[in-house]
Design a binder for this molecule. Structure first.
Ligand SMILES: [Zn+2]
Length: 1086
């Protein structure tokens, strides 16, 4: 704890570094070593030596965020975050950093919050010779730290990147515009005290960051540099570096690269003068209209500032009780009344110096919406109950006990998630010894503080909102940034009187169903782990039972040594997917099971035991996971519920209504999240899309589900996996419990369902079009998919994986960074059940056929990138990919899912990573090129393509064709024209339908960016006015260019899915990579 002076070697001899501490409280299984130091410029650094990690990582948290934005330029902090990546004095090439990371199996990201901006990356932890890294033989971390540090030393804020990155910010904002989460959060902020920075619009858009400031004559680049200069200071930075190198090596690197960051000795932000909600903002109710068909009731109370209360955490005590879902809780009561589908409660901070908030959100049913006042009163009655009962030490002890166990057995998470999170937490005033344990363990019971916290939950100290599409039916205002419709008004006097009465109830006039929870029976008491030294952890589980009815896979944990286990059961039956109506009945059934188990399983969940019941095309899944001590108890209850559940009409109606909305809301989601399902449906032999399921739902009754359950459970084949801190006998006992509870008949082997994908012959060229349901959405989307072949073919796999590795960074750089087609630009591998393919997804204001031409343009250029790649670069890519493939699971859950994926896919290919690595290693550049020219190059007659087009209904944007015509009036070179077309399209779209704004945007751009002469500007303006008129006259319908075809095939629009599928052959089903008898370890005694 004492600060001693240390010395670390630097380039200029010796440089002083303070040791803050090297004794961090850590989980009992944690094999990392930690050291906290402070550099002479006051950057605090957490160094982490992890001898096992595959990935090295670093993160920097800067104590400034959107709360420091200037009032008239919202989004500044966020824009600076985007711009910081783009070139530094030492490494001036824009994508140098991302290229370096990509070449070493890595990636980076950043985020901006209210008082923090956080930058982080991770990459391969070992040097290219695969030996342990040392100072003399460093891992790629060294080069990454050098590049990373430069962001904070001398960033360039490149003029050339400025517009593009602001487009990226704008696109990010557009992506959020239809998201209720963003909309409602911003509404809450917009209704806060305008003098408090909570009121800010945090993301920013092109208008706030460019158009408006420039119209006021502001040079925005200067403004961003000014923000950086004013707020980025070494003493506000927290750094974490994690690697395989010894701590002393990490320390010397950090000292060398980060000590030069300027310390401006700035004061950390504190906001004390104003509160987010003053008298005027309390005692009000807000009614807001969501995009999705959802209903929510939201109560928030200004709360304590818990910044310094990390030892006592009174907010957690209250959220445990108010958020409880077991018997006696608010949730159990309002659910029994048919009013609610869910409830969450908790305290969260706003910023240092400002009181936090205690919030309670309730998802309402239709009935609940009608009775929302009674729901509010029930919450206040429960608060009265808590006040009357007073703080209870045993409740705190139970919470503390569980938190201690969880921390003790906490397993590692992804390297960059760890560094990003810990640097953010380092901004809190925690003792440095508690950086890892700080908010995860409870330390002191403080009844007085709990009472103080409870005193914040008063009728005169709260505000509420009701979110619903139908109630009250009319909304008076529109929120400025997202356009959310709302009304806000004081809570009526009558209603307030009722609330006050509820908050003052005593035991005799309280709802009898409200009481404190009982002691939790699920808290694990046996936490022993038998640790047996093993030479090499086993790659595959074993089969311990295999007969007509059941196949049980089992592996005793030999790596993580936690007192936990996972059990996954797959009950296979062909009837689940025989028709869409069955899939819906099965879904309703699993929803009803979960609904019935809610109260019972809540205690288990608190005690670290989870379960789930879900579906796929071959049957029903049951999963139970967590501390193994009481796992069997929970499994038994789940199985009994599956077997005996009484399907009540009232619950059925609520669940059915919820599912109806679920399907409808699914189609209102962001286009890019929907598109994968449609492609999946088109490439598999047998699948359903949401429209098909939605069409079946109205006619299904509770009786249908009762009958279906009976049929489903009567006959099946069961395959399960037991993994963790359990013995072989335990796995057999759990299997017996399954068998004796469900008592199914054998499903003969010949009837086990088989999954097949479709085969796309050479030259296939298909297009599927769909108009999106959300009338207000302006984003189109494309999934462009190229069929490659059999998923089990080792050569195909290796080549596809390597191509994806080589193509990933260039495709993002071209389509997202350079062309700014949209915020969502993604390329990757898209497997079917039995096939492999490569896909691109782009969500954009630009139309799908245009996006397709851009993807094809990129694919044409890609061949040159591969061709001109040096052997060293090519070998680096191979190495990088092999490292990724051989990455080991970080915790028990990850290993379980890795194995389960192999069991569930029926390939049982437990060595697939090793096999892939060996096949990748052998590949030559010539082979990759040949593969590319055959399967991917747009001019190849052999390639097989499917493109899914999602068409947005709202056309606030302009077509590519119109833009091209406009650009042709400017007489630019072809390169400049392409750039101008991209820029203008985004600019004009940002102006919406407003003609004056469009013209203004156009003039500004031509004048400042392209430096076009006045007469040409006049001509272009006239041309635009005419086009604008045409657009209006055409009633918003803009014709697109035809989709491209450069290999001589004609695109076929899929009109009839049955005909389309009937025209294609299907693959064989999945086959085990090895004979399953090789895994058998059956008990000879039985
Ligand atoms: Zn961003």
């Amino acid at each position: 704890m004492a600060n001693s002076r240390r010395h670390a070697p630097g380039e200029d001899g010796l440089r002083a570094v303070d040791l803050v501490t090297d004794h961090l409280e850590k989980p009992s299984l944690d094999d990392r070593t930690y050291r906290v130091i402070r550099l002479p410029n006051q950057i605090e650094v957490l160094l982490v030596h992890d001898p096992q990690t595959d990935k090295a990582s670093a993160a920097m948290d800067v104590n400034v965020g959107n709360f420091s934005d200037e009032d008239d330029m919202p989004g500044m902090a966020h824009a600076v975050e985007h711009l910081l990546f783009m070139g530094t004095k030492k490494y001036p090439t824009e994508n140098d950093y991302s290229q370096y990371l990509a070449a070493h199996s890595g990636s980076g990201n950043a985020w901006t919050a209210s008082t923090s901006t956080n930058y982080h990356f991770e990459l391969s932890a070992k040097p290219s010779n695969d030996e342990e890294p040392t100072a003399a033989n460093p891992s790629p971390l060294l080069g990454a730290l050098d590049r990373f540090a430069q962001f904070f030393v001398e960033p360039l804020f490149l003029e050339s990147a400025l517009d593009r990155e602001l487009q990226a910010v704008d696109s990010e904002n557009k992506k959020n515009l239809q998201s209720d989460q963003w909309r409602l959060h911003q509404l809450e902020k917009a209704l806060a005290n305008p003098k408090h920075p909570y009121y800010h619009f945090s993301t920013g858009n092109l208008e706030t960051l460019k158009t408006l400031p420039e119209s006021r004559g502001i040079n925005i680049r200067d403004k961003f540099i000014e923000f950086y200069e004013k707020h980025y200071s070494a003493n506000l930075m927290k750094l974490c570096v994690l690697g395989r190198e010894p701590l002393d090596v990490l320390e010397s690197w950090v000292s060398e690269y980060f000590s030069v960051i300027k310390n401006k000795a700035l004061k950390p932000g504190r906001w004390e003068g104003e509160v987010p909600w003053g008298k005027d903002q309390l005692g009000v109710q807000c009614f807001a209209k969501p995009v999705m068909d959802s209903r929510e009731l939201d109560l928030s109370f200004p709360f304590l500032d818990e910044d310094l209360l990390f030892e006592t955490l009174p907010g957690r005590y209250l959220s445990h009780l108010i958020g409880h879902e077991g018997p006696g809780s608010v949730m159990a009561y309002i659910k029994s009344m048919g009013w609610a589908n869910g409830l969450t409660a908790g305290a969260y901070p706003i910023c240092p110096g400002t009181p936090g908030v205690f919030g309670c959100q309730i998802r309402l049913t239709k009935e609940g919406l009608k009775n929302y006042k009674d729901v509010v009163k029930a919450v206040f009655q429960y608060i009265a109950l808590l006040r009357e009962a007073g703080p209870k030490q045993w409740i705190f002890d139970e919470q503390k006990g569980m938190a201690d166990v969880d921390f003790k057995f906490k397993q590692k998470s992804q390297a960059s998630r760890f560094t990003s999170r810990v640097t953010n937490e380092m901004q809190q005033p925690l003792p440095r010894e508690w950086l890892l344990s700080g908010l995860r363990v409870f330390r002191k019971y403080d009844a007085k503080l709990i009472k103080q916290a409870l005193d914040c939950l008063r009728p005169d100290n709260f505000r509420m909102s009701v979110v619903s599409q139908e109630f009250p039916g009319k909304w008076e205002h529109k929120e400025k940034w997202y356009g959310t419709e709302y009304t806000v008004q004081p809570i009526s006097q009558d209603f307030m009187e009722e609330i006050k009465k509820a908050a003052a109830t005593s035991a005799k006039d309280r709802i009898p169903k409200l009481y404190l929870p009982h002691k939790n029976q699920f808290i694990p008491t046996k936490l022993e782990v038998e640790k047996k030294e093993v030479k090499e952890p086993a790659l595959a589980p074993r089969i311990v039972r295999n007969d007509e009815l059941v196949r049980t896979w089992y592996k005793k944990d030999d790596t993580f040594w936690v007192p936990k286990a996972n059990l996954i059961v797959s009950c296979k039956s062909p009837i689940v997917y025989a028709k869409a109506a069955n899939a819906v009945k099965a879904r309703l059934f699993t929803d009803l099971v979960k609904d019935a188990l809610e109260e019972y399983s809540y205690d288990a969940e608190l005690a670290g035991l989870q379960y789930s019941v879900s579906l796929d095309s071959r049957g029903l899944f049951i999963e139970v996971s967590g501390y193994n001590d009481k796992l069997a108890v929970l499994l038994e209850q789940v199985l009994i519920t599956v077997r005996d559940l009484e399907i009540r009409e009232d619950r059925f109606a609520i669940i059915k209504e919820r599912l109806t909305r679920g399907y409808r809301n699914w189609e209102l989601q962001q286009p890019w999240t929907q598109i994968g399902d449609v492609t999946g449906w088109l490439i598999s032999e047998h699948d359903y899309v949401v429209e098909e399921l939605e069409a079946e739902l109205p006619t299904i009754t509770a009786d249908d589900v009762r009958l279906f359950r009976k049929e489903l459970l009567s006959q099946m084949h069961v395959e399960l996996y037991v993994h963790g801190n359990l013995y072989k006998e335990d796995s057999l006992k759990l299997t017996d419990m399954l068998e004796s509870t469900l008592k199914p008949r054998v499903l003969p082997r010949a009837q086990w369902p088989i999954q097949r994908s479709l085969i796309f012959p050479p030259g296939s060229n298909y297009i599927w079009k769909k108009t999106l349901k959300d009338a207000a959405n302006v984003n189109h989307c494309i999934e462009y998919w190229l069929y490659v072949g059999d998923k089990a073919d080792r050569q195909i796999r290796a080549k596809t994986l390597l191509l994806n590795q080589v193509m990933h960074e260039p495709s993002f750089d071209q389509l997202r960074t350079k062309e700014q087609l949209g915020y969502i630009v993604y390329s990757g591998i898209r497997p079917g059940a039995t096939t492999y393919g490569i896909r691109f997804i782009i969500q954009s204001e630009k139309t799908a056929p245009f996006l397709e031409t851009r993807i094809e343009g990129f694919l044409e250029s890609m061949v040159k990138i591969i061709d001109s790649m040096s052997e060293t670069e090519f070998e680096n890519h191979k190495r990088s990919l092999i490292v990724k493939r051989l990455e080991t699971p970080k915790n028990l859950d990850q290993e379980t899912s890795k194995h389960w994926n192999q069991i569930h896919s029926e390939y049982y290919d437990f060595e697939s990573a090793q096999q892939d690595a060996a096949h990748i290693k052998a590949l030559t550049k010539a082979e990759l090129l040949e593969f590319y020219n055959h399967y991917v190059h747009p001019s190849s007659p052999h390639r097989a393509k499917l493109a899914v087009y999602f068409i947005a209904q709202a056309k606030s944007d302009v077509s590519t064709k119109q833009i091209s015509e406009l650009v042709s009036t400017l007489g630019l070179s072809s390169d400049a024209s392409a750039q101008a077309a991209t820029d203008l399209q985004a600019r004009l779209s940002a102006a919406g339908h407003d003609m004056d704004k469009e013209i203004e945007g156009l003039r500004q751009y031509l004048l400042h960016e392209l430096k076009v002469s006045e007469d040409k500007i006049e001509a272009a303006t006239e041309a635009w006015k005419k086009l604008h008129k045409d657009k209006i006259e055409a009633n918003g319908v803009v014709k697109d260019a035809d989709p491209p075809s450069s290999n001589g095939t004609t695109p076929q629009i899929i009109e009839d899915v049955r005909n389309f599928k009937a025209g294609l052959a299907a693959t064989g089903g999945a086959r085990p990579a090895k004979d399953l008898s090789e895994y058998e370890e059956l008990d000879s005694k039985l």
